[in-house]
Every structure is written in structure tokens, then in C-alpha cells.
Design a protein around this ligand. Structure first.
Ligand code: GLU
Length: 469
């Protein structure tokens, strides 16, 4: 076990930014601490044996309610990690103006070792432990998927919650990332990856930043490497490819591959599904070591798996000009220092991967309002657009082509509204952080600027509650 503390790294980044604020040290200390930590053990019968399962839920802050954050299933889950991830959620939500406080949960298991039935038992038992201690509820604390969990687990959680809280009208809002048939929202599955894309696209469109890095403006033609082909990595890679970037390298834990002309993300994904590995892909070359992809010559490197993958040892070998942190905490503070010194732009996790929680917010709103997005306005908008188009064509005597007609007349579906809300959120957040950085030229990097924005928002919200002077 290394000496590295993930929560310590988050605290370090916090302190680095806090010195640029004027908040009272007591205020800063209150924001930094984890407010409530719940560590539990519970028994689950697996086969003929009783297994004692260790799990956590940490609520980092209560300056807004509910608390919000995913649940992770992995052997690496420990208290330090859950605390760090909960803290990141507080700052993340503040940056993207999502009115939640941060939380995180985790169960220390290897989900691959269990059958779906056993996983269901574990998930349902974890949920009832949360219910017993009042650590879950649409107005209290709302979990979501994270590493090792997905829609299936969220469906088990909502079902357990709803059956133990009969008649609670807003029960669906107790968890997000659910399947659409169980109260989920269209667009949640790809939300984090799409948010990563929108955030990086906005940065790549900033001429002053690109000039500093010696890069051309825009996504088109950029050479991108993605580490991790899970939900976040896959969708980030896919949206970059669709926008005209070249995915020159892809890494997974079994190995990594490259092609300087670009890899087709879906074809690699299919290949991995068939063979169980991304290696030996017909249009790619295997790297000798899976970590080699991180050190490949490229414009944008997107670590999209777990924390701590780029550290003091391998950071000096990284050749990318921009690091887009799709995972939570993929860089250690030593890696950060190395990149700052070498003028490499690190676009920080707690804002870049906030697409997931942003769309979770939309899902929660949908659950509380009990109506699908677009239901009320779709037909009205289509009728209105048809009318306007008819008037314009009548007045000008010209006809628009069929493709344009379809586009203009289309009224918004749920996924259109969710994506446009996400795009707006990510663009606004990027600009807010960059503006804060420009207004404080002593701030050394974008992560510190992001923390600065987050600290100011959380402290202001406490002050507005009258808790702080
Ligand atoms: N687990 C995701 C994250 O780290 C999503 C959290 C949520 O939707 O509440 O941001």
C-alpha cells in the first residue's frame, strides 16, 4: 500500500487555491472537512458462506441539499478514496451550478467475482443500510453510478427504496442514472463523455490558450489518446471522433493500441467485446506495455479510468499538450507540478467530468416534476415552426430543402433538451474558470482556478445561509 492519500491530494489542491481567497480560515476549514462519514459492515450469504461486506457513504458537505455522488464497486474502495471523491463532488457541483452538496459511496468488492443475483443482494442490503441511517432520499442524499456500477444497480436501489418507503411520491428521485424505464432520463448514459467533449471543445476553441500551446484552434484533426474504454472513455472517444479528431491511441488494463491515422472507436469496442481484449485489433498496432499509450505523442490525452495513473514517475514522459481529466483524480499533485512547469494544460476532473452529475440533476428534476422533458412543448414548437416556415416561404416564394425543413420543424425530444442543457452548462463553466484564472494571474494552473471558483461559490452559499459572517 502506497503512502499516497487521495483525500490529502484534494486538500492540497484546495489549500493551493484557498490562499487566493479572502475567506476566514475557519470558513475554509469547514468547507474542506467531510461532514458525515458512515462506514458499515453487513453480512450477505454468498453460496453456502456468509460474507461480511465493507461499505461506505460519505457526505462531504451540507451547504445545499440533497447531497449527491456516485457509488463505486471496486476492491480499491477505502475510506480515504470515498472521502476524496465526496469532496470532489462538492466542488464539481458548485462549478457547474448544480444545486447539490457532495457525497460519495463505495462497496469494497470485486463485482466480477459475483453473479448478478449476488450483486443484487449486496446492492439491496447496502441500500437498506443507507435507509436505516437516513443516508438516502430525494431530499437527503441521492446516489448515482460510478466505477463498477451502472443502470442495473441504480434500478435495484430505487426499487429497494420505493418498497421501504411506500407512498413516497418522489421516491424515484432517491437515485439517478436509472434505466429510462425506471425513471431515468434519456442522455444520462453518455452524459459524462459528452460533457468531457463539450468542455475540451470549448478549451480547444480558445485562441489565446491554443496560441500558448502552439496548437491550432478547434477539434478537427486533433490527435487524441484515451485511457479506459468504460462508459466515460468510450463516449469521450466517440464524440471526439465524430467531431473530426483522430483517436490515435486507446488503452485498457489488458493493453493498449495505436494508429497515427486514427482508430475507429466502435470497431475497437466491438473487437474487445468479441475477443475480450483491445489487443490485436486489425487496424491498430499493440504497444509493448499498456502504460505506453499515456506517453504517446498526441495533442490531447484523456485519462478516463481510475485515480493516480499519472504520477511523479511517468509525468515527465507524457508528450500531450493538453490533459483532459475524464476520470476522478487521475493525476497526483507531483504530476500536476511537472505539467505546470512544462506548460502542459491540465483541464481538471472536477469540472471536466461534471457532465454526469449535471444530467443527474436533470434526471432528478424530471423525477420531482413527474413529466418527461419535451412532453409539453414538442408539438407546440413543431406547429409554430411549420407556421413560421410556411409564412417565410409564402412571402419569399422560395422553398427550403427537405433536410433543412426537417431540422427547422423538429420540436425538441427529451435527449435534445438534455444535451443542450449539458452543452450550455459545460461552456459556461469553462468560461467561468478561465475568467477566474485571467483575473488572478498568480494562480498557477486551471485546477487551482477551478477550485477558486468552487470555494467562492460554496463559501458564498454558506454566507447567504447566515452560517458564516
Ligand atoms: N459518479 C459520477 C461523478 O463522479 C456521477 C455522480 C452523480 O451523477 O451524482 O461525477
Amino acid at each position: 500500500m502506497s503512502e499516497y492519500s487521495f483525500f490529502g491530494a484534494v486538500e492540497k489542491s484546495f489549500d493551493k487555491a484557498a490562499q487566493f481567497t479572502k475567506w476566514d480560515p475557519g470558513v475554509l476549514e469547514q468547507i474542506k472537512q467531510c461532514n458525515a462519514v458512515y462506514r458499515m459492515h453487513f453480512p450477505v450469504k454468498i453460496g453456502e458462506k456468509i460474507e461480511v461486506i465493507k461499505a461506505y457513504r460519505v457526505q462531504h458537505s451540507h451547504h445545499k441539499l440533497p447531497c449527491k455522488g456516485g457509488i463505486r464497486f471496486a476492491m480499491s474502495v477505502n475510506l480515504d478514496e470515498v472521502m476524496a471523491l465526496a469532496a470532489l463532488m462538492t466542488y464539481k457541483c458548485a462549478i457547474v451550478n448544480v444545486p447539490f452538496a457532495g457525497a460519495k459511496g463505495g462497496i469494497t468488492i470485486d463485482p466480477k467475482k459475483y453473479t448478478p443475483y449476488e450483486l443484487e443482494k449486496i446492492t439491496r442490503r447496502y441500500t437498506s443500510e443507507l435507509i436505516k441511517k437516513n443516508f438516502i432520499g430525494p431530499g437527503i442524499d441521492v446516489p448515482a453510478p460510478d466505477y463498477g456500477t451502472g443502470e442495473r444497480e441504480m434500478a435495484w436501489i430505487v426499487d429497494t427504496y420505493a418498497s421501504m418507503r411506500p407512498g413516497e411520491i418522489d421516491a424515484m428521485g432517491c437515485v439517478t442514472g436509472k434505466p429510462v424505464t425506471q425513471g431515468g432520463v434519456r442522455g444520462r448514459r453518455e452524459a459524462t463523455g459528452l460533457g468531457v467533449f463539450y468542455g475540451l471543445r470549448e478549451v480547444l476553441n480558445m485562441k489565446d490558450q491554443m496560441d500558448k500551446l502552439g496548437l491550432s484552434v478547434g477539434v478537427e484533426g486533433k490527435r487524441v489518446v484515451v485511457q479506459g474504454l468504460g462508459n466515460v472513455g468510450y463516449h469521450s472517444a466517440k464524440f471526439f471522433q465524430e467531431a473530426g479528431a483522430k483517436i490515435v491511441g486507446l488503452a485498457e488494463f489488458e493493453g493498449s493500441i495505436w494508429n497515427t491515422d486514427g482508430l475507429d472507436v466502435d470497431a475497437v469496442f466491438e473487437h474487445r467485446k468479441k475477443t475480450g481484449s483491445i489487443l490485436n485489433f486489425k487496424d491498430g498496432t499493440n504497444f509493448a506495455k499498456n502504460t505506453d499509450a499515456l506517453e504517446m505523442d498526441c495533442d490531447v490525452l484523456i485519462p478516463a479510468a481510475l485515480e493516480n495513473v499519472i504520477n511523479g514517475t511517468n509525468a515527465p514522459n507524457v508528450k500531450a499538450k493538453i490533459i483532459g481529466e475524464a476520470a476522478n483524480g487521475p493525476l497526483t499533485p507531483e504530476a500536476d507540478e511537472n505539467f505546470a512547469k512544462r506548460g502542459i494544460l491540465v483541464v481538471p476532473d472536477m469540472y471536466l467530468n461534471a457532465g454526469g452529475v449535471t444530467v443527474s440533476y436533470f434526471e432528478w428534476l424530471k423525477n420531482l416534476s413527474h413529466v418527461r422533458y419535451g412532453r409539453m412543448e414538442k408539438r407546440f414548437t413543431e406547429n409554430l415552426n411549420t407556421h413560421i416556415l410556411g409564412q417565410i416561404e409564402g412571402l419569399t416564394g422560395k422553398q427550403v430543402n427537405n433536410k433543412e425543413r426537417e431540422f427547422i420543424m423538429h420540436g425538441p425530444d427529451e435527449v435534445d433538451l438534455v444535451r443542450s442543457g449539458l452543452e450550455e452548462t459545460m461552456i459556461t463553466a469553462t468560461r467561468e474558470i478561465m475568467d477566474a484564472w485571467k483575473a488572478n494571474p498568480q494562480v498557477p494552473d486551471m485546477r487551482t482556478a477551478a477550485y477558486l471558483v468552487a470555494i467562492n461559490k460554496v463559501a458564498t452559499s454558506y454566507a447567504e445561509l447566515g452560517i458564516f459572517p
